[in-house]
Write a protein that binds this ligand. Structure first.
Ligand code: AN7
Length: 352
């Protein structure tokens, strides 16, 4: 039987004997050593493949908690605003728990795979002519007036479930890494990791805590600029967010851990996205690659201590966003004649 994060981390989560043991098998994701990146950055770099969660993103850890608690509290519907992954996850866990699910999304800015998931899991999808920040505002207002449970990360159970990833990292190493690098959008994930590491330290599961290094896309870098961005733009649509809900918690994570929150350009994200695929065999989505782009940026200015242990959180599966991947192909495919001669000619680029 699959054991999910509620069962595995029961002692560390706000659950009761009334909480349903909801699970789709989330958590326990691989931590893969990245040889090429380690060489390039003169550090020991590990990739936590959160894209291997049941719906293909890190959101499943927090969502299973939020939906289980909604069910425990007698809700019959959940709602979220989303750049895509939250909605896919909410839709899946709501289906599993027998709840209705409503998702409000920025029309035209949700990657194809994520939208397909919400459609198939049977959520009611409401696209808006607006961005994620506007969608979240609408959802918050609705949540005040109607009895639907908001499952965005303003729901505290989301961060509780999400923090289990920090426990897993400590379990795998037996201690904390020096640095945890991750992309920042709505800033729930960085806040949850920090919560997890601090708690694990209090429980004496580790003797130190890592520095939290968060990276925003340049066109959506509200925390870095210290002001809301009213028209956030980036190729990494998952983190196209201009007014992060967990802004204050993220700043606290940075300050308490002695970490940083910096920005990376779309070109840097794209480059990291390709390097991960070509050199490490890991297909993540563009937003996830922002963590690696950030590590390269810090390395360039000599900010990565030699031989330090770094865990980069690859938050979402590359299959979520086939269109971004296909942009790497500069020309459309042109089929060849189905002959051996043509094959040899094309593979070795010689005339036969
Ligand atoms: C792949 O799905 O906000 O800083 O609505 O999908 O915790 O928001 C997604 C965010 C990073 C940023 N990587 O995490 C949503 C949504 C991926 C993401 C982030 C998201 P947070």
């Amino acid at each position: 039987m699959t054991i999910g994060i509620i069962e595995r981390y029961y002692d560390y989560l706000p659950v009761t004997d009334k909480t349903p043991m909801l699970s789709l098998g989330e958590g326990n994701t691989p931590l893969v050593y990245a040889e090429h990146l380690s060489d390039a950055l003169s550090a020991h770099v590990y990739l936590k493949l959160e894209g291997l969660n049941p719906t293909g993103s890190f959101k499943d850890r927090g969502m299973v908690m939020a939906v289980a608690k909604a069910k425990e509290n007698g809700a019959d519907a959940v709602i979220c605003a989303s750049t895509g992954n939250t909605s896919a996850s909410a839709a899946a866990y709501a289906a599993k728990a027998g709840l209705n699910c409503f998702v409000v999304i920025p029309h035209g800015y949700v990657a194809a795979g994520k939208l397909a998931q919400a459609v198939l899991y049977g959520a009611k999808i409401i696209p808006i002519e607006g961005n994620f920040d506007q969608a979240l505002e609408m959802v918050k207002v609705l949540g005040e007036h109607y009895s639907v449970e908001i499952v965005n990360s303003i729901n505290p159970y989301r961060l509780e479930g999400q923090k289990t990833a920090a426990y897993e990292i400590i379990e795998k190493f037996g201690h904390s890494p020096h640095i945890v690098a991750l992309p920042v959008g709505n800033a729930g994930n960085i806040s949850a990791y920090w919560l997890g590491f601090k708690e694990a330290h209090e429980h004496q599961l580790c003797q130190s805590v890592p520095k939290m290094w968060g990276f925003q896309a340049e066109g959506a870098a509200a925390i870095v600029r210290n002001r809301k961005i009213s028209n956030p733009e980036t190729f990494a649509t998952a983190i196209r967010i201009g007014d992060p809900a967990s802004w204050k918690l993220a700043v606290k994570a940075r300050e308490e851990s002695g970490g940083i929150i910096n920005d990376v350009t779309d070109d840097e994200i794209r480059e990291a996205y390709y390097v991960l695929a070509e050199k490490e065999g890991v297909f993540c989505e563009p937003a996830s690659a922002a963590a690696i782009a950030g590590l390269y940026k810090q390395a360039k200015v000599g900010e990565i201590p030699k031989d330090s242990t770094i865990v980069a959180i690859l938050t979402g599966n590359g299959l979520k966003d086939p269109d971004s991947a296909m942009q790497k192909n500069s020309e459309p495919f042109k089929p060849i004649q189905a002959t051996e001669e043509e094959l040899v000619k094309n593979i070795f680029e010689v005339e036969v």
